[in-house]
Ligand binder design. Structure first.
Ligand code: PEP
Ligand code: MG
Length: 845
């Protein structure tokens, strides 16, 4: 433990000579961040604290680290390696009443420039971070006109208050009653935070006595808002009125989606089979249903994994660097996971990771960690403590939605911890008995769940967690019956206690009699038969009533995802997005590793076709470790094929790995993304021919993605040089309608069934037909049953989609006549608007 700064350093007045009057400048108005840093550095130079070269070092630091501490305070400081330029420790404070933008959406009013030789400055930082929890005192410093008052406040110890404090409302306000059926959970809260952050006004949300900063996700979640709760949203500052109007629009716009999601979830749970009822009442531990199915077996209680994080203090600046780096690496990784999940499963599922990434931006959480570091604790210890404290706060609110968020928070916290110090990586396979068991745990992280030995675990029950936690979702994907939030009683069970876990009703029945077990076994047998029937139906081809067959593929990126795709009825993999092999990790996989992945994909597919798309890096898929130059308009820049042609080492490595896999057998095709011009196709084909010859590998079909209007319009030209086309409607829509595919406000207008996009698809099919080539679609609209029907009518022969969309698309096509689909497609091409096309839904079968 560090000595208590209160007693060890000074009781009142200026702390040593760190914060001297000549180091304070009130009422400054620098033109921008750089000028503010230079001005503060000038104070330190004049006071003899630093060499003049240290100012440049402070500016360099801004390029690599975020020195905004939160709540209007920034703490610029120099690079670690330039510490020699510090002559003696000192702190300069620049007060900027009008504020300056430190980073987009972050305004600094106090610029606290640090020149630190040792850790003598920690006392002031500690006070600063404490002050951050006393908003009123801190904001008063932004405009105070008496320098001694400023210095005195920074020298005293401010009392620590709870993260959310009783308080009044700000100048402008509106009232709202929560009408989200599942309360304010992370996904809508993230949207609130994004809207709030887009404005400079101070915005808060009050529920009863509790007040949360609308720009802080965890604080909002800690309000624990449930449906029916009344809140007051208020704002003050320059654009308060407009900011509140935007907040209101966001809050109310989300209502429809939240209700629809809740209704869909309810319908899903009604549609899925009901749980098992024991013939005789049994003692049971109730929890929350997380993944359906029955498991019969002894329980095995996993002792609480005590993560022991040693407290190893390091100089504050170094600690800050390590935390910053760990946070940004984790953010990158989560972004990649979110992208991949969005493409494979859809935006709702991807929101898990977006929300986890948003947790990392939470100033309160990061500030709490910084505070602990400032108090003299080690970086890993401080981070772990901050996460634990915040998670415990969420879990204590007795709200299942928030319990799930606590599990997510701990999981994301663990990711960061492992980045700070790889030795703190937890997880891996727990010690399990040889006989299959129902695993009981306090909580399991998604990574622990993924690592479970499925031969030895037949069910999962956790004391904590929530049904929307990623762990629960993973259990459903693994087909593992699971319940969550069973409470402390679960952990008290004796190892080996016989039990029946019902993942549908969320109950763990204990000590069943023979008759109960027999009844449960019969229930499982009936369920298995029902599932087999369902799978058999999914396995039928997508053949229209008049005998026209469309190939149905899955969009999957990894060999371990193939089995799920096949069980959903996939006949091939129509799109393997290989950039995710690069995005989900911190370095680029080499040729051997790529070869093994492609070979494993082909093996898992057992002779079924596999279309591997060459790297589509750029646009929204940035790979930081490739260190590509920053682009103003990445969607219109060096992306996909353009990048491959400029980076032969990337292209060659991938093609060599692919042709080596082709030599091992299987039905491989290679496809190139973002093709715009014939020259690109010719150059890529030449590279393929050369590498194939070098490796003496078999020829494989070579295709291109049609994602750019130019490629669709010139399809008749391009078709003469490729074996097939696959239309990427996500990008084709973005480029045809000039709508950024990630734009939150325009998303609803970016409809792939817009007649303009349909006409481009038609042109592509016509161009391909001239050369006898086939056309597939692997963009999102292929997985929409009505979209699939229209695409079939337009002449598309293969549809590749997210695995879980397959059964509905197959059902729709099997219930249709090709002639009717053709007519519907023609009508759609003649429509004037996307809405008119959508209105045709239902009339084509
Ligand atoms: C598309 O653009 O439709 C597509 C399938 O590619 P991605 O989503 O990976 O850009
Ligand atoms: Mg694309």
């Amino acid at each position: 433990m560090a000595p208590d700064a209160n007693t060890a350093i000074m009781p009142t007045g200026l702390p040593n000579d760190l914060l001297r009057p000549d180091l304070l400048r009130l009422n400054a108005s620098p033109a921008g961040k750089e000028e503010a840093i230079r001005e503060a550095a000038q104070l330190l130079i004049a006071a003899g604290c630093i060499d003049s070269a240290y100012a440049a070092s402070m500016l360099r630091r801004e390029a690599v680290a975020n020195t905004f501490l939160g709540h209007g305070v920034a703490i610029p400081h120099g690079m670690v390696e330039d510490r020699g330029l510090v002559r003696r420790s000192g702190i300069a404070v620049l007060q900027v009443p009008g504020g300056i933008e430190w980073n987009p959406g972050q305004t600094a009013h106090l610029v606290v420039a640090i020149a630190a030789q040792s850790d003598a400055h920690i006392a002031v930082l500690r006070r600063l971070t404490r002050l951050m929890q006393d908003e009123a005192r801190l904001t008063a410093l932004f405009t105070v006109t008496d320098p001694t008052a400023l210095a005195a406040t920074l020298s005293e110890d401010a009392p620590v208050t709870a993260p959310t404090t009783p308080g009044g409302d700000l100048a402008e306000r509106f009232d709202w009653v929560v009408d989200y059926p599942t309360g304010l959970h992370a996904r809508p809260a993230t949207a609130w935070v994004e809207t709030a952050r887009a404005s400079t006004a101070r915005i808060q949300v009050r529920h009863g006595d509790l007040v949360a900063d609308a720009k802080a996700l965890v604080a909002l979640l800690q309000l624990g808002l449930r449906a029916g709760d009344s809140v007051v949203v208020s704002a003050e500052g320059e654009d308060a009125v407009a900011a509140l109007a935007r907040m209101k629009a966001t809050i109310t716009r989300l209502t429809a989606r939240e209700k629809a999601d809740a209704a869909a979830a309810a319908q899903k749970s009604r549609a899925t089979v009901r749980g098992w009822t024991p013939p005789n009442p049994l003692p049971a531990v109730p929890g929350i249903a997380a993944s359906p199915g029955l498991a019969i077996g002894p329980v095995h209680v996993l002792p609480r994994a005590a993560v022991s994080v040693p407290d190893e203090p390091v100089p504050l600046i170094e600690g800050g660097d390590r935390l910053h780096e760990a946070l940004s690496l984790t953010r990158q990784n989560l972004k990649a996971l979110a992208d991949d999940t969005a493409r494979r499963l859809g935006p709702s599922e991807a929101a898990i990771f977006t929300a986890q990434a948003e947790i990392l931006n939470d100033t309160d959480l990061v500030t709490l960690a910084c505070q602990l570091m400032v108090e003299g604790h080690g970086v890993a210890w401080s981070w772990h403590r901050a996460v634990e404290r915040t998670a415990a706060g969420l879990a204590a609110l007795d709200n299942p939605v928030l319990a799930a968020r606590a599990a997510d928070l701990r999981d994301v916290g663990q990711r960061v911890l492992a980045r700070i110090d790889p030795a703190l990586r937890t997880g891996g396979a727990p010690d399990l008995p040889d006989t299959p068991c129902i695993l009981i745990a306090e909580d399991l992280s998604p990574s622990d769940t993924a690592a479970l030995d499925m031969a030895r675990v037949i069910g999962l029950a956790t004391a904590q967690g929530g049904p929307t936690s990623h762990t629960a979702i993973l259990a459903r994907t693994l087909g593992l019956p699971a319940m969550v939030a069973g409470g402390a009683a679960l952990m008290e069970l004796a190892n080996g206690t016989p039990a029946i876990l019902d993942g549908q009703t969320g109950r763990l029945h204990l000590s069943p009699a023979e008759a109960d077990t027999a009844d449960a076994r019969a229930w499982i047998a009936r369920e298995d038969a029902r599932k087999a029937e369902e799978e058999a139906r999914r396995g039928l081809p997508a053949r229209t009533r008049d005998g026209h067959e469309v190939e149905i593929g899955a969009n999957v990126n990894r060999p371990d995802q193939v089995a799920v795709a096949l069980s959903q009825g996939a006949e091939s993999v129509g799109l393997m997005r290989t950039e995710f092999l690069f995005l989900e990790r911190g370095d680029a996989p080499g040729e051997d590793e790529q070869y093994e992945t492609y070979r494993d994909m082909l093996t898992a597919l057992e002779g079924r076709p596999l279309i591997v798309r060459a790297l589509d890096i750029g646009g929204d898929k940035q790979v930081p470790h490739l260190q590509l130059p920053h682009e103003e308009n990445p969607f219109l820049g060096v992306r996909g094929a353009r990048l491959l042609l400029r980076k032969p080492e990337l292209l060659e490595t991938q093609l060599r790995a692919l042709y080596r896999a082709a030599k091992d057998g299987g039905a491989l095709s290679i496809m190139f993304p973002m093709i715009t011009a014939l020259g690109e196709v010719q150059a890529l084909r030449a590279a393929c021919d050369r590498i194939r010859a070098e490796l003496d590998a078999p020829a494989v079909p070579l295709g291109i993605m049609v994602e750019v209007p130019a490629a669709a319009i010139q399809a008749d030209v391009l078709a003469g040089h490729v074996d097939f086309f696959s239309i990427g409607t996500n990008d084709l829509t973005q480029y045809a309608l000039a709508i950024d595919r990630q734009h939150p406000e325009l998303a609803a207008e970016a409809d792939s069934l817009h007649p303009a996009v349909l006409r481009l698809i038609r042109l592509t099919v016509e161009g391909a037909e001239r050369h006898g080539r086939w056309v597939g679609v692997c963009g999102g609209i292929a997985g929409d049953p009505f979209g699939a029907a229209l695409l079939t009518g337009l002449g598309v022969r293969e549809l590749s989609m997210t695995p879980r969309d397959i059964p509905a698309v197959k059902d729709r096509l099997r219930g249709s006549e090709l002639s009717a689909l053709r007519q519907a497609a023609q009508r759609a091409l003649d429509c004037e608007t996307a809405d008119a096309v959508r209105a045709l839904d239902g009339g084509e079968a």
